[in-house]
Design a binder for this molecule. Structure first.
Ligand code: SF4
Length: 232
């Protein structure tokens, strides 16, 4: 007997792959104009962090990035399976021509034809809006690609095994557009914003490259510069 659900998975998987190929061959702009979805979360956390990663290509590891990498190694393998009527797609390539975004969704659950993106995070559950923005951007990509409304998604925190549902409000969608436009502007102008130099820096993997304290503290900076060029 033919399993129609398996046929449907294979069909949808083929559609996603076909859509990806169509995008790759019919793209109307060059790839330099696209930004990674992850840039939105970086920008939301700290615009300078986003610039250092996406303009300067700076990437330093710390405990948090190593944990994040370990979690993503598990979800970065392109695979598809069906369980209790829900189709699970890992590492699904997604994009939006309108927002000029490209990336991969860690996991997309298909409840019937409706996609439900799930973003995996390495740490414990924390109340941050940066992740919400990223998963909302994924939803907006899926809406554009598949022509269906995506109302909800979720964030899964690996360490605490918690899952939080995110409802994509109009405000959140507007914020995604606003941040995507700001990141595009920043990258086009190759603008590196000044450091925020606040509690965000404590856990930031880039603090050794960024030197938030030294750059932020103008007096100290000027003093060091003066010393550097003074003849003893
Ligand atoms: S160290 Fe602070 S200012 Fe520098 S990138 Fe990280 S969060 Fe931003």
């Amino acid at each position: 007997m033919v399993d129609s659900r398996k046929d449907s998975i294979a069909h949808d998987h083929r559609c996603a792959k076909q859509a990806n190929r169509t995008y790759m061959t019919n793209k109307t702009y060059n790839e330099d104009e696209l930004i990674q979805l992850s840039a939105l979360e970086h920008y939301s956390y700290c615009p300078r962090q986003c610039a250092l990663i996406h303009i300067e290509q700076t990437f330093d590891e710390n405990l948090y990035t190593l944990r994040g990498r370990a979690v993503h190694e598990n979800v970065d393998l392109d695979s598809s399976h069906l369980k209790e009527g829900i189709r699970y797609e890992r590492a699904l390539p997604i994009w939006s021509e309108r927002l000029r975004l490209v990336g991969k969704a860690d996991m997309v659950e298909f409840h019937g034809k409706v996609p439900y993106p799930v973003e995996y995070k390495s740490g414990k559950h924390r109340a941050g809006h940066h992740e919400n923005l990223q998963v909302c951007a994924q939803a907006m990509c899926l809406e554009e690609m598949l022509g269906v409304k995506v109302e909800k998604g979720a964030i899964f925190w690996h360490a605490s095994r918690e899952r939080k549902e995110v409802v994509f409000t109009e405000d959140m969608r507007n914020k995604v557009q606003e941040v995507a436009a700001a990141v595009h502007r920043m990258i086009t102008e190759r603008f590196i914003p000044p450091p925020v130099n606040d509690k965000r820096c404590r856990d930031c993997s880039l603090k050794e490259s960024c030197l938030p304290d030294a750059v932020h503290n103008k007096t100290r900076h000027q003093h060091l510069a003066k010393k550097l060029f003074s003849v003893e």
